[in-house]
Design a protein around this ligand. Structure first.
Ligand SMILES: [Zn+2]
Length: 348
């Protein structure tokens, strides 16, 4: 009796093991296929931002992935965010301890000639925005302007206090000919049940290595970058505070679209109206559409299962056609400076 039971038990364990292994293999294959199923940016046919001959004091912007944007008027440089390290997918999934990637940071500073950086201004303090600001400030002596959380990130990296400015919302900060204002905004509600992932503030100086979850969002800002030649707005996350931009006008909006698809078309339309219709911007550059678990310099759309920028681009065109018929879309090209203003030729 006992012998038969033991044999049966052994067989049943063997079957269970085989089925578990088979299921795991199938699930892994499906996940890998889903992860690799991505749209191509080639599906978007927006005209490039009309190129003009740069004058000596022209303002250029260079997109360096996610919402890391280098503004430069030939005299002063401002870096919105500062994210070159780009931890891998496994780092994110396992919340592994990550550190600033010195090679990537040194390469970016050199390749994009950041030798006149006056300020580093993260839109909020998540790692995909603020992870490298301390390391960059230490290499360039630029000031860091941002929330208390951003200041804690800077302190953790050993940035001297006189390079750290805790922003007051609505206050104007001058860097050369740029006047920067941080206005309170909201992060996109992309977590479970409309929550904000890694919400809260960074309370203590954030020493690295640290898990990516340690970079809490902190306060979220709409960043208004005014210059005698024109005004640009950077929205680092697809969130908004109703009416927060009433009375603010801009020529250009750098519009975060990360995970906007999952928030739905109605939400996206309100977001559009708050950021573009209200400010009257003539030009919109979507940003934050790239998979930020890829290495610096590699621009790939997110897996279709996670986000679909191509669908969102279609929505945005519909909103434009409904509310802002004169507004034009442009796709930023990684690492390629665009002359924003002054415009010396007719706009496309
Ligand atoms: Zn974020």
């Amino acid at each position: 009796m006992l012998g038969i039971s033991a044999a049966r038990l052994k067989r049943s364990i063997k079957h269970t093991a085989i089925w578990t292994a088979a299921t795991l293999i199938v699930v892994t294959v499906v996940l890998v296929l889903l992860w690799r199923d991505r749209e191509s940016l080639d599906a978007i046919e927006w005209a490039p931002y009309p190129s003009v001959a740069p004058t000596l004091d022209a303002v250029t912007v260079t997109w360096l992935g996610v919402t890391t944007l280098l503004f430069d008027d030939g005299e002063t440089q401002i870096l919105i965010d500062g994210f070159f390290s780009r931890p891998s997918l496994l780092d994110l999934l396992l919340d592994r301890h990550v550190d600033n990637d010195a090679a990537a940071i040194n390469y970016a500073l050199d390749e994009y000639r950041m030798r006149r950086l006056a300020a580093l201004i993260p839109a909020h303090s998540h790692y995909d925005h603020a992870m490298d600001v301390g390391a960059i400030a230490n290499r360039t002596s630029a000031s860091i302007l941002g929330s208390e959380s951003t200041a804690a990130i800077a302190r953790g990296a050993g940035v001297p206090e006189d390079q750290i400015i805790v922003a007051e919302s609505g206050q104007q900060y001058e860097f050369g000919n740029f006047t920067v204002t941080l206005l309170d905004s909201s992060h996109a509600p992309i977590g479970w049940g409309g929550a904000i992932p890694f919400a809260g503030t960074v309370e203590e100086p954030l020493a690295t290595p640290a898990p990516v979850s340690a970079w809490r969002a902190g306060r979220n800002y709409t960043i208004v970058i005014a210059h005698p030649h024109g005004t640009a707005i950077v929205q680092g996350s697809a969130g908004f505070l109703e009416g927060a931009l009433n009375g603010v006008s801009a020529d250009v909006v750098m519009l975060s679209v990360g995970l906007l698809e999952g928030l739905g078309r109605n939400y996206a339309e309100r977001y559009w109206q708050e950021l573009v219709t209200t400010t009257g911007a003539a030009h919109v550059f979507p940003v934050h559409f790239d998979d930020f678990s890829r290495p610096f310099g590699e621009i790939l759309l997110q897996p279709r299962a996670l986000d679909n920028f191509i669908d969102v681009a279609g929505w945005l065109q519909d909103f434009r056609d409904t509310w802002d018929t004169d507004t034009r879309f442009h796709l930023p090209e990684f690492g390629k400076p665009v002359v924003l203003y002054p415009r010396t030729s007719p706009e496309a």
